[in-house]
Write a protein that binds this ligand. Structure first.
Ligand SMILES: O=C(O)[C@H](O)[C@@H](O)[C@H](O)[C@H](O)COP(=O)(O)O
Length: 260
């Protein structure tokens, strides 16, 4: 199918606090727009520092002004551990965000933590397909894959996004919506993850990157996109159908040599 590259915007802020404020406004504005246009807002979360950076969204004015009843929550990747385990991205989001806002629990799509990684991936894919059949999720006219409204992504210091790592084959998956990995280089090893065809079918994607330890990789990804040994990085493959917006704090942007 034809591919279509959406817009890319790089926003730099003076501090992590400014990123958190801007991310809350960006997300609340998109929530208003999508709910007005289509009656729901489908949001895909990652793990890592993102959840802490989302903290302002659970505060005023957004806590009362956002129509949380229309939100649907998914995970771009999840560690295959019990949902109450400290490594669980569900637990991270639940403790840091979901417990503070009134999103209906039936709209929160945690993984089935009783399954193997392969079983959990198949189960999650099946549930996403059911939402397509139920018309909660549209299919992208460009890719034919389910189209989420907003994905909120982090990036690892090796240039991974979701659980799509530079040295692992899952990043090349073109058919499945959800795949699994049992040897993730970032612990814990067993995970499930959305694939690039799904990620790149999202309307809007925010790459939320804070902290000096990611500065070199931000420069590489927004610059040449290749490691010193010429390996293309998963983070360079992210694109949104409408707009990909990078949110960088001063530390994460400190090595940027490009004109971005
Ligand atoms: O479950 C995970 O490990 C995450 O979803 C992962 O993809 C994360 O988003 C990046 O590794 C960035 O993590 P940091 O924000 O902690 O750098």
């Amino acid at each position: 199918m034809a591919t279509q590259k959406g817009k890319k915007t790089v926003l730099k802020f003076d501090s992590e606090e400014d990123v958190a404020n801007a991310l809350a406004k960006y997300t609340a504005d998109l929530s208003d727009k999508f709910i007005k246009d289509k009656g729901s807002f489908t949001v895909v979360l990652s793990g890592g520092t993102l959840i802490d950076t989302m903290r302002k969204l659970a505060e005023q004015p957004y806590k009362d002004s956002v129509d949380w009843s229309k939100w649907w929550i998914f995970w771009v990747d999840e560690r295959v551990v019990p949902l109450d385990h400290d490594d669980s991205n569900y637990k991270l989001a639940s403790d840091g965000f979901l417990s503070k806002v009134p999103i209906p629990s039936s709209n929160i799509y945690a993984i089935n933590d009783k399954e193997s990684p392969e079983g959990a991936a198949t189960d999650y894919e099946g549930r996403v397909k059911q939402l397509v059949e139920g018309k909660v999720l549209p299919l992208s006219a460009v890719s034919g894959f389910p189209k989420f409204d907003l994905m909120l992504l982090g990036m690892g210091p090796d240039g991974h996004v979701a659980s799509l790592f530079p040295t692992r084959s899952q990043r090349h998956e073109k058919e499945r919506l959800v795949t699994f990995i049992t040897d993730s280089p970032k612990p814990p090893p067993p995970r499930i993850t959305f694939t690039f065809p799904v990620i790149n079918s999202a309307s809007e994607i925010a790459m939320v990157i804070t902290g000096a330890e990611l500065a070199n990789m931000v420069d590489v990804v927004l610059g040449s996109g290749l490691t010193a040994d010429g390996i293309p990085l998963p983070a360079t493959e992210v694109s949104a159908e409408e707009e990909l917006t990078w949110f960088l704090d001063e530390d994460a942007a400190s090595k940027l040599q490009t004109s971005e």
